[in-house]
Design a protein around this ligand. Structure first.
Ligand SMILES: [Zn+2]
Length: 354
């Protein structure tokens, strides 16, 4: 009897000791594995109210900002950005996403509404002030986060290489700091490796147009800034796919690694007028054609933008998921990528899916 009691006592102590040892480790692991998502409403209570997602890995690393919806009729940018906000988590640094920058324009499905073109209202050089309330609101919202990288997601009316329209479509425009040019050329090379027809190939340009959001973050925050443009001549699925490919490219290059969200990000606060994005609702099965008006065609590229030849990387890495070559074949791979972009991310960079 005594012996039995003693052994039970020993067992209990062992159990307690074991728990004491293991529990801090468990807690630590949980803390590491759980990215923190904070949703803030920018310009709450105004017509500009829009969610900003701050997705923290809990690990040191770069802060990367993706923005969409500066122009309300450039659907692929904000559809893709909403997907990132809801589904992407990173293992390093911080991801900040503002999917719907210009809510009044998005609601109107127009490039801009009465306030004029938002992408001409940001500071063009250091010391300059933003020229509109919304531009100022956006810069104020992101300033506290030490944004080091920024891609503003846009769309053009046509292909850049179509001499008849000279639309900026299918371009990557970079602000020349660090190795931005090399990165832009690398991404264009990857995208173009899956595009046969030369008119549809992505071009690399430099200097985001004066007054653009990307130019503004470069000159006022010192961010490494880019504008990415898909062409509205493609189906929405293809355009969103290109946008997601671009996001995955940058996160891969910075070693931030995309992991899938275990649970959906918290819903945007109630006062946000933006409908929560559900992939099915946002991606119509039929190709979407945005009604062009005179402001849809961005006319000639700005004078401070210089075309550069795109040189594909010497060793084009074999990609299980290549970007779609054209809008004739959105096909199975594309649908899979749209429904689960992480499949592609895993295949591209061999990452662990959560
Ligand atoms: Zn645009």
């Amino acid at each position: 009897m005594f012996k039995h009691l003693q052994s039970r006592k020993v067992l209990s102590w062992l159990l307690i000791a074991g728990l004491l040892l293991v529990s801090p480790m468990l807690a630590l692991n949980t803390a590491e594995a759980q990215p923190q998502v904070e949703v803030k409403t920018i310009a709450a209570g105004t017509k500009y109210a829009t969610p900003m997602y701050i997705i923290r890995s809990g690990q040191p690393g770069p802060t990367f900002l993706f923005t969409g919806g500066v122009h309300g009729n450039e659907t692929a940018g904000y559809v893709a950005a909403r997907r990132i906000a809801k589904e992407y988590r990173v293992t390093k640094g911080t991801l900040i996403v503002i999917p719907d920058v210009n809510v009044p324009a998005i609601k109107a499905k127009r490039r801009y509404v009465s306030e004029g073109d938002l992408n001409r209202q940001f500071p063009t050089s250091k010391g300059q002030q933003a020229k509109s309330a919304l531009a100022r609101i956006m810069l104020d919202a992101i300033r506290p986060y030490n944004v080091q990288w920024h891609v503003d997601m846009h769309e053009g009316f046509d292909y850049y290489k179509n001499p008849k329209t000279s639309s900026v479509g299918q371009t990557l425009i970079y602000y020349p700091t660090g190795n931005n040019g090399a990165l832009a050329n690398k991404l264009a090379g990857e995208l173009n490796s899956g595009i046969k027809e030369s008119i549809r190939k992505f071009s690399v340009l430099k200097y985001p147009v004066g007054g653009s959001f990307a130019r503004g973050t470069a000159v006022t925050l010192g961010a490494r800034s880019f504008i990415f443009e898909t062409s509205q001549k493609q189906t929405l699925d293809v355009r969103v796919n290109f946008q997601l490919y671009m996001v995955n490219f940058f996160l891969r290059e910075l070693g931030m690694q995309v992991v899938k969200a275990d649970a959906p990000a918290p819903a945007a606060p109630v006062e946000s007028p933006v409908e929560p994005a559900t992939p099915d609702a946002d991606i119509p099965t039929a190709p979407e054609v945005d009604t062009p008006d005179e402001t849809d065609n961005p006319a000639a590229p700005s004078e401070d933008k210089v075309a550069e030849p795109v040189t594909p990387p010497e060793n084009v890495v074999a990609e299980p998921v290549t970007p779609p070559a054209n809008n004739q074949k959105p096909a199975t791979n594309l649908s899979q990528l749209i429904s689960n972009p992480f499949t592609a991310v895993e295949k591209i960079s061999g990452l662990v899916r959560k």
